[in-house]
Design a protein around this ligand. Structure first.
Ligand code: NAP
Length: 282
């Protein structure tokens, strides 16, 4: 006779969708979370064709998937396909996490900005309240970060971008929520910042966004959303400017995943051991 523990726990199915997606660390991260929480899940990396996103999502929903992470280049399409949005996804204008509700509703969330703030404040132990922060970049990742950063009680949030008009538009879009100013690159040089967050994709091609080397205050922190097995070009540049505390975005990646996991499974996993094992390549 079977006792209670002989029955298989239902295996929930999740995936990260993107193009490309084979490089994604999400399957490894979510399996580690599930193991830690005693859950059995399936988690795949699925490449969808550009132009085939909506059909792909419908197929996965019909196939019984419970949730998806969405990565480049589909975060805006994921917002459009969502029937309901969290406040932070609506404000960010992009979705990186989808929950398929039992009634067929597609719920879209954005956990990227929360992941950034968790990593800086909880993992690095740097409280952002009262700090002057420069956000470099005005793409999807920067947009997703603005509201969570404002909620920390920064003294000032400035945004600069290669294409100045995009930074200006971003600042205008968030004016109702908090004090944000856009700075042209040439205006940045006259100021000092306690935290500089690189939200550009310049590092993907080995580049560093054009910035004066005088922007860091004493004891400043440089944070690159890009992550790598080696110090990123932005981290190396910041160190050459005298910054001793430079970090990459691996912790942000794991923290945004933990927020997604919480949305799907109603339990927030611990992240430190997962960050450590990714860092050590195990
Ligand atoms: P995106 O929407 O394509 O935006 C790219 C941004 O980078 C734009 O502001 C663009 O400026 C700027 N840029 C590109 N090349 C540049 C260069 N050579 N010099 C200066 N600026 C340059 O990309 P995204 O989704 O925001 O992603 C940005 C970065 O964040 C990527 O490296 C991504 O991997 C990283 N990210 C990390 C996480 C994580 O969990 N760690 C999560 C999300 C994103 P223009 O407006 O002038 O084109």
């Amino acid at each position: 006779m079977k006792d209670l523990f002989d029955f298989e726990i239902p295996r929930q199915r999740f995936a990260v969708v993107g193009h490309p997606v084979a490089h994604s660390k999400s399957p490894q991260i979510h399996q580690a979370f599930a193991e830690q929480c005693g859950l059995k899940i399936g988690y795949d990396a699925i490449q969808l064709d550009r132009g085939g996103f909506i059909q792909g999502i419908r197929n996965l929903q019909a196939g019984g998937f419970k949730g998806l992470n969405v990565t480049l280049p589909f975060k805006e399409e994921a917002r459009a396909v969502s029937d309901e949005l969290s406040d932070r996804a609506r404000i960010a204008g992009a979705v990186n996490t989808i929950l398929f509700a039992d009634d067929g509703t597609v719920f879209g969330d954005n956990t990227d900005g929360a992941g950034l703030v968790f990593d800086i404040q909880d993992n690095m132990g740097i409280k952002l309240t009262g700090r002057r922060l420069l956000l470099v970049g005005a793409g999807g990742a920067a947009r997703g970060a603005v509201q969570p950063l404002l909620e920390t009680g920064l003294a000032a949030l400035s945004i600069t971008n290669r294409t100045a008009e995009r930074a200006r538009r971003l600042a205008v879009d968030f004016q109702q929520i908090g004090s944000v100013q856009a700075l042209a690159i040439e205006q940045v040089g006259g100021q000092r910042f306690d935290v500089v967050v690189n939200a550009t994709s310049a590092g993907l091609s080995g580049q560093v966004p054009e910035l004066p080397n005088t922007i860091f205050s004493d004891g400043a922190i440089a944070y690159d959303m890009l992550y790598s097995n080696h110090p990123t070009p932005f981290m190396l540049w910041a160190r050459s400017c005298g910054v001793s505390h430079a970090a990459d975005g691996l912790g942000m990646l794991v923290e945004q995943a933990a927020e997604s996991f919480f949305l799907w499974n109603n339990v927030r996993p611990k992240t430190d051991s997962v960050i450590q094992s990714l860092r050590s390549g195990s």
